[in-house]
Ligand binder design. Structure first.
Ligand SMILES: [Zn+2]
Ligand SMILES: [Zn+2]
Length: 218
């Protein structure tokens, strides 16, 4: 029985609470799934590569996976550090394709990193896009050729700005069917729970009726 119910968000390092809560609400709205915020954890210093001055994203993804609650549909780590994978200079985020864990860093989404003025609202929009993108991969979506779709690949902030927060129709249909499957699993789970509850209640009622009969006979 599938008993995974929540998207979990795991803050890593110091991230503004209001920012996290707004992000949590937006994830719920975009995916129509409940999202829970976990207690923040410290950044894993063992993942830091002192030659590259960056953090190894694969190591962090492994850590996120280990911290995943049992009822997680997906778990998303959010951090503010420069991430890399060995074959690329940097990445905005990463996900296990059709898997459980994903990570997004706001570090290079912040214009200040590139020497441009950048308000919190713009950082938020960029972060939400990359969060939806990585969660999309975790739900089994590949890169999309539609440049406006959130699943289109972005290798710089300009490309992040060009795309929308939403999935295109094709990606939305795919992810919508995937999410619907989770919901049907829950419906079946609750239906069985309820029938278990009624059976148990009926046997208790019979037991207590038998008990009171016995008492009456005494
Ligand atoms: Zn991607
Ligand atoms: Zn698409």
């Amino acid at each position: 029985m599938n008993d995974s119910h929540f998207i979990y968000m795991l803050p890593m390092g110091n991230i503004n609470g209001r920012f996290l809560e707004t992000l949590r609400l937006n994830i719920e709205y975009q995916l129509d799934l409940p999202c829970r915020l976990m207690e923040p954890i410290n950044l894993p210093e063992y993942a830091y590569d002192s030659e590259r001055w960056q953090y190894n994203s694969l190591e962090i993804l492994k850590l996120i996976l280990n911290l995943s609650p049992k009822d997680a549909i997906k778990i998303l780590g959010l951090c503010n550090i420069d991430l890399y994978i060995p074959i690329q200079n940097f990445i905005f985020g990463q996900a296990q394709f059709n898997g459980l864990a994903a990570i997004v860093s706001m570090r290079r989404l912040n214009g200040e990193y590139h020497g441009e003025a950048c308000g919190e609202a713009l950082i938020f929009r960029r972060t939400l896009k990359e969060v939806m993108h990585e969660l999309g991969h975790a739900f089994g979506l590949i890169h999309c050729h539609s440049p406006r779709c959130v699943m289109s690949q972005s290798i710089n902030v300009e490309q992040v700005d060009q795309k929308e927060i939403d999935f295109c129709d094709e990606c939305q249909t795919f992810i919508g069917q995937h999410i619907m499957r989770w919901k049907l699993c829950w419906a079946e789970f609750y239906r069985q729970e309820r029938s278990w509850w009624w059976t148990t209640r009926r046997s208790f009622a019979n037991l207590s009726r038998a008990g009171s009969r016995k008492m009456a006979l005494k």
